[in-house]
Design a protein. Structure first.
Length: 235
């Protein structure tokens, strides 16, 4: 015959587990912050990078809970450990993501973060580009400049004509309506990323995003006719 543990013992075990986890978190934070290099991102770059990094975690995780490792993403952008911690400080503060595991670079998406991603980043229509936040979130981008210019190429060739950023963003949005669900999500997210890079006036990041768009076009369905017309070198 089974016997239930006394309530007092259950409480003690729970408090002990909470204390052990708290100690683990404190030690991990100290290890991650030890010998931090000087940060290299300017405040303007920092704000623009928050949304892009958050969306990348969402893309990799696909749902709340699973741990994703972002060290390759940080290295691709030239971020050192201090840069990465500053970029993700706001999403962590607002409990959109949490640090996961012992090694630096591991993160998990929270249910609140997934809800934020679904409601604000998987964009389903409208005009222009405007991503804002409610209380407790953070602003990603607000781009309303049709004069912004991108130099794009098709098939990783950057010899195409100069293209207004806003025109390219709108083409991605329009093509997404007829694309497969997976392609549509990627197209809308790349449009967000491009808008963020334009807002930050970050030419290197803009070039990387254009390369991702070209990679999407290389495997995408015929739905992306508008975007191909803009980026194809013969257009």
């Amino acid at each position: 015959m089974s016997r239930e543990l006394p309530l007092g013992l259950v409480v003690v075990i729970g408090l002990l587990g909470w204390a052990i986890y708290g100690l683990f978190v404190s030690i991990r934070r100290a290890v991650h912050r030890r010998a931090l290099p000087p940060p290299s991102l300017a405040p303007r770059q920092l704000e623009a990078s928050q949304g892009e990094a958050f969306r990348e975690i969402c893309r990799r995780a696909s749902s709340p809970g699973p741990r994703v490792v972002m060290t390759d993403y940080f290295a691709e952008r030239g971020w050192n450990r201090a840069d990465a911690m500053r970029v993700l400080a706001e999403p962590i503060k607002h409990k959109l993501i949490r640090v996961s595991g012992w090694r630096f670079g591991g993160y998990s998406l929270t249910r609140k973060g997934w809800s934020e991603y679904e409601s604000k980043f998987i964009w389903a229509g409208g005009e222009g580009v405007h991503i804002s936040s409610s209380s407790g979130g953070f602003v990603v981008a607000n781009v309303n400049s049709p004069q912004a210019i991108a130099h794009g190429g098709y098939g990783n060739r950057a010899n195409g004509p100069d293209i207004p950023h806003q025109q390219l963003i709108e083409a991605l949005r329009a093509d997404a309506h007829a694309a497969t669900p997976d392609e549509a999500v990627r197209a809308r997210e790349y449009a967000d990323d491009l808008a963020s890079a334009v807002d930050a006036q970050d030419t290197d990041r803009t070039a990387r995003i254009l390369a991702r768009i070209n990679a999407l076009l290389s495997t995408a369905s015929a739905a992306f006719a508008l975007t191909r017309d803009l980026l194809h070198p013969g257009s």
